[in-house]
Design a binder for this molecule. Structure first.
Ligand SMILES: C[S@+](CC[C@H](N)C(=O)[O-])C[C@H]1O[C@@H](n2cnc3c(N)ncnc32)[C@H](O)[C@@H]1O
Length: 350
């Protein structure tokens, strides 16, 4: 752990694949990769699996530093602290090849670190990270772009920027999933206390039952009542959970320590499954768990057309329900990888 404090902001990697053979494709796809091989990759990244759950659609792992999701043709891996996420790219491509899958697209993204000087190379400079990602990818992913989305009211200070690199073999995005990533800092101190183990409470329990208690006490269990939650409490503080709801995942990670408190909420959803009207309500419930001083929301429209109405609705609902004012809204497009909208909010009183 860095001397400065724990780095909550995650690095996130998403790799999408296609089956090499149309006639002979195993529906389990990447889920056929054995656990020992995944574990070796995680060792390279410098984290471990602390809890796991699976359903008919995907496998969800809670890591010592965030989460890993394995779908038949997609891997999402999110790691925080000083982990070496980019070391996973080559071995994951290799493991996928062994189960007859070829890389179709790659997306690497992150916010701005709270302790940038504590990061190891290449994570001290986004341009260096992009070089490493590019070197790890096959030439077939020809459509590439990197972008640092910096709010205009913050031009000289990249502390609130969203960094994205995408590479795709196709010009047209092939997926219809929308991914919403919320990063929250300056958590309300009272709410953050739910994520410390308590005497006579979480402290004496094991990490799973202490995690369950944190899920219930904080109200995380009300964000999506349909989700099965796999949760984990760290000692003496800190919390991670993965939510599993059919094909949809969600994940929350909390660093509650005062001075560098941070929480993230992420979920994948489709604009065509009826969940679309709910995004702003789900976000309201997730943000309300933490009542943060600063919120950013990055919404990735993978294959969908960017929907301005969804963005505006999120702004209206967060303003009405939580008194959060949208200070900046940026949009960028990525060849073969859709569009990203990056919104920043602070409470009105700020
Ligand atoms: C892994 S969790 C959640 C990470 C997530 N990215 C976040 O910050 O929201 C990090 C929290 O757990 C605490 N923690 C306690 N033991 C830990 C361990 N062995 N590994 C990682 N974090 C640990 C950290 O101090 C921090 O509060």
């Amino acid at each position: 752990m860095a001397v400065s404090g724990f780095e909550g902001f995650e690095k996130r990697l998403e790799l999408r694949f296609f089956h090499n053979s149309i006639t002979n494709k195993n529906p389990m796809g990447l889920r056929l990769i054995d656990f020992e091989s995944l574990d070796q990759v995680l060792t390279e990244v410098q984290c471990t699996v602390v809890s796991a759950v699976a359903n008919h659609s995907f496998d969800a792992y809670v890591l010592s530093e965030s989460s890993l999701f394995v779908y038949p043709t997609k891997i999402i891996i999110k790691t925080c602290g000083t982990t070496q996420l980019l070391k996973s790219i080559r071995p994951l491509i290799h493991l996928a090849r062994n189960v007859n899958l070829t890389l179709r697209a790659c997306r690497y993204s992150r916010g701005s670190f709270i302790f940038p000087n504590s990061q190891p190379f290449p994570y001290t400079n986004f341009e260096d990270e992009v070089v490493i990602v590019e070197e790890s990818l096959p030439n077939s992913l020809r459509h590439r772009k990197s972008s640092v989305m910096t709010p205009s009211n913050n031009k000289n200070n990249t502390s609130r920027a969203w960094h994205v690199f995408t590479a795709s073999a196709d010009v047209e995005p092939e997926e219809s999933v929308v991914v919403v990533e919320v990063c929250m800092t300056e958590l309300d101190r009272v709410n953050a206390r739910s994520f410390f183990r308590r005497k006579g409470g979480c402290e004496e329990k094991n990490s799973d039952s202490a995690g369950r208690e944190m899920t219930r006490l904080s109200g995380i269990d009300t964000i999506n009542a349909n989700a099965f939650i796999c949760d984990f409490a760290f000692d003496p503080c800190g919390y991670s959970m993965n939510g599993v709801d059919g094909e949809r995942y969600s994940t929350i990670h909390v660093t509650p320590e005062d001075g560098f408190s941070y929480a993230s909420f992420e979920c994948g959803l489709s604009l065509y499954d009826g969940g679309h009207g709910d995004i702003s309500e789900v976000l309201t419930r997730a943000v309300d768990v933490f009542r943060p001083g600063c919120v950013s929301i990055a919404t990735t429209y993978n294959g969908e057309d960017y929907d301005h109405e969804v963005t505006k609705r999120v702004e209206r609902v967060l303003a009405k329900n939580l008194g959060l004012k949208c200070r900046s809204r940026l949009m960028d497009e990525f060849p073969g990888s859709g569009a990203v909208v990056f919104q920043s909010f602070t409470p009105r009183r700020k």
